[in-house]
Design a protein. Structure first.
Length: 176
């Protein structure tokens, strides 16, 4: 049960499930988690599924990208939403998933994280994309898809559907 007043499109009572794999750094486990979740939603008859994926890379890749992102955003600091202004000091990557129209417009020309990924990060992401294609799972690359917690690295994903009401996100996750 949600204690607080639910957002539009959310229920006070809800059920959720989780899916994790442990013990392997192989990209196949990332693909397996996505595939299982995607197929469960298909079996439940949920239509209009959309898989968004991104790679936020290794710690070193994220550090390099974060520096570039901060450098880009600093001249716009006063134009950013209040939340994004705070995030600029605490967790700049979270600005990428801002819902503020002003922030989104500013981010249109921001550096792209894939330009800062190390070689192994790019290879891993390519293997994930190739596997999803071979399995017939359609996806979109969303370079602004990040997770809010610092322990995520590599793959991030969300499965969405516009057929479920006001909130389109069914699930999200990634490697940590």
């Amino acid at each position: 049960f949600r204690r607080e007043r639910p957002q539009k499109g959310r229920q006070r009572q809800f059920t959720q499930f989780g899916l994790e794999t442990i013990g392997s750094n192989n990209y196949e486990q990332d693909v397996e988690v996505i595939l299982i979740a995607y197929r469960i939603y298909e079996m439940l008859g949920i239509s209009d599924l959309e898989l968004n994926i991104n790679s936020i890379g290794s710690k070193k890749s994220r550090e390099n990208y974060t520096k570039a992102l901060i450098k880009y955003l600093l001249p716009f600091k006063n134009e950013l939403s209040q939340t994004s202004q705070m995030r600029l000091d605490t967790n700049p990557l979270r600005i990428l998933d801002s819902k503020s129209s002003k922030d989104i417009k500013i981010l249109n020309n921001a550096p792209i994280i894939h330009n800062y990924l190390e070689k192994n990060d790019l290879i891993n992401f390519d293997m994930i994309k190739n596997s999803l294609e071979n399995l017939g799972v359609p996806y979109k690359i969303n370079t602004k898809l990040v997770r809010g917690l610092d322990y995520y690295n590599g793959l991030t994903f969300e499965i969405l559907s516009n057929s479920i009401g006001a909130q389109s996100a069914l699930c999200g996750g990634g490697r940590y």
